[in-house]
Design a protein around this ligand. Structure first.
Ligand code: SF4
Length: 348
């Protein structure tokens, strides 16, 4: 099987040209075609010699992957389905807002973290995505040219696939790559501490942590990761990290009715997050089969938000988008996709 050029870093492209006996500067030319221009085949790399193109074509493919299905929501949100190298499928959401277009990418096929409220968890872990497969989710959607913001909040836990996630961030933010600002990229994690620290060190992108409750026992029931990496330890690390003036840390908080939406939770969140310049995003829960969880009602969500803001914690409620196609960011659905081409993939 031929290797893929798309998804390689500049260092990896230098190795490719060295291996093929091509001049060193060819690596920069290839990167230009891969990440700056809208080419999609090696044949289009017209400033490379004929011999260089032939050698590349014999050994490599350009490496873009087309989506196999797209669903559009009444509110403009779209959900794309991409095939993976292992013959599985991943989902990507495109969310248009007033002045921006946000893409929510997946970092793994399925997930092994077992969060109680998550449909991807029910699918189990089915494999890692490569950096190329992650970046392809931004490059191969219809709105590729308009993408302003990127969030790693789709399927999978990014810090459980750290090398490929870091490589994808390098491709997205380097001058030889897509040259996007890391201030427009947010990576969301449930708080795997070693991965989080490496990410903070090696990348400039924003960090979002799935918090969901400040109490250990409750969080352990919702998120098994709490046993290995208690949220208090995650917060301790965040408090000791210098985020600088421009880098942001935020916390995701899904509102579960009668579970994590009480004044007691507001008080404990105030204690837990004191001293951190951060934001909390409250998220409405859209019930999934097989869990007893239900969403808080609108009044409770507003009261919770106001109480946190009064405590000085900047808190917003995330707009529900793409509900009719199960594309809510951070909750990408793994609902069975009926009528897809080969009928063999199940997303439930
Ligand atoms: S919420 Fe995220 S980390 Fe938890 S199971 Fe779902 S995809 Fe995995």
């Amino acid at each position: 099987m031929k290797g893929r050029l798309f998804g390689k870093t500049i260092e990896e492209l230098r190795e490719v040209v060295l291996e093929l006996g091509l001049p060193g500067f060819t690596a920069t030319q290839i990167a230009d075609w891969l990440y700056h221009k809208s080419a999609s085949s090696i044949g289009e790399m017209t400033n490379l010699s004929k011999k260089a193109r032939e050698l590349l074509e014999t050994n490599y493919e350009f490496g873009l992957i087309s989506y196999t299905k797209v669903q559009a929501s009444a509110d403009g949100t779209k959900k794309y389905l991409f095939p993976t190298a292992q013959g599985k499928f991943i989902e990507t959401a495109m969310i248009p807002e007033d002045s921006r277009v946000t893409v929510c990418v997946s970092s793994q096929v399925g997930c092994k973290m077992g969060c109680l409220f998550c449909m991807t968890a029910k699918q189990g872990f089915q494999g890692q995505l490569t950096a190329g497969e992650i970046v392809n989710q931004i490059r191969s959607i219809d709105e590729a040219a308009e993408v302003s913001n990127i969030v790693y909040m789709g399927m999978g836990e990014p810090f459980d696939n750290l090398p490929e996630v870091l490589k994808s961030l390098e491709i997205l933010t380097s001058e030889w790559g897509f040259a996007k600002s890391p201030r427009r990229i947010t990576v969301s994690s449930i708080g795997i501490i070693p991965g989080m620290l490496t990410f903070l060190d090696k990348s400039e992108a924003h960090l979002a942590i799935s918090l969901h409750t400040p109490f250990d026992e409750e969080r352990q029931k919702l998120m098994p990761v709490q046993v290995a990496y208690p949220i208090k330890d995650v917060i301790k690390e965040i408090k000791s990290w210098d985020f600088g003036r421009q880098r942001r840390v935020s916390f995701e908080y899904i509102m579960f009715g009668g579970l994590n939406d009480t004044p007691r939770h507001v008080r404990e969140l105030g204690r837990l997050l004191s001293g951190i310049k951060c934001r909390i995003n409250l998220i409405r829960f859209h019930p999934i089969p097989g869990t007893p969880l239900k969403s808080s009602d609108e009044k409770s969500i507003q009261v919770f938000k106001d109480s946190l803001n009064e405590k000085g914690i900047l808190t917003t409620v995330r707009a529900s988008r793409g509900q009719d196609i199960y594309a809510a960011c951070g909750l990408l659905s793994t609902k069975t996709l009926e009528g897809n081409e080969n009928g063999s993939n199940r997303f439930n």
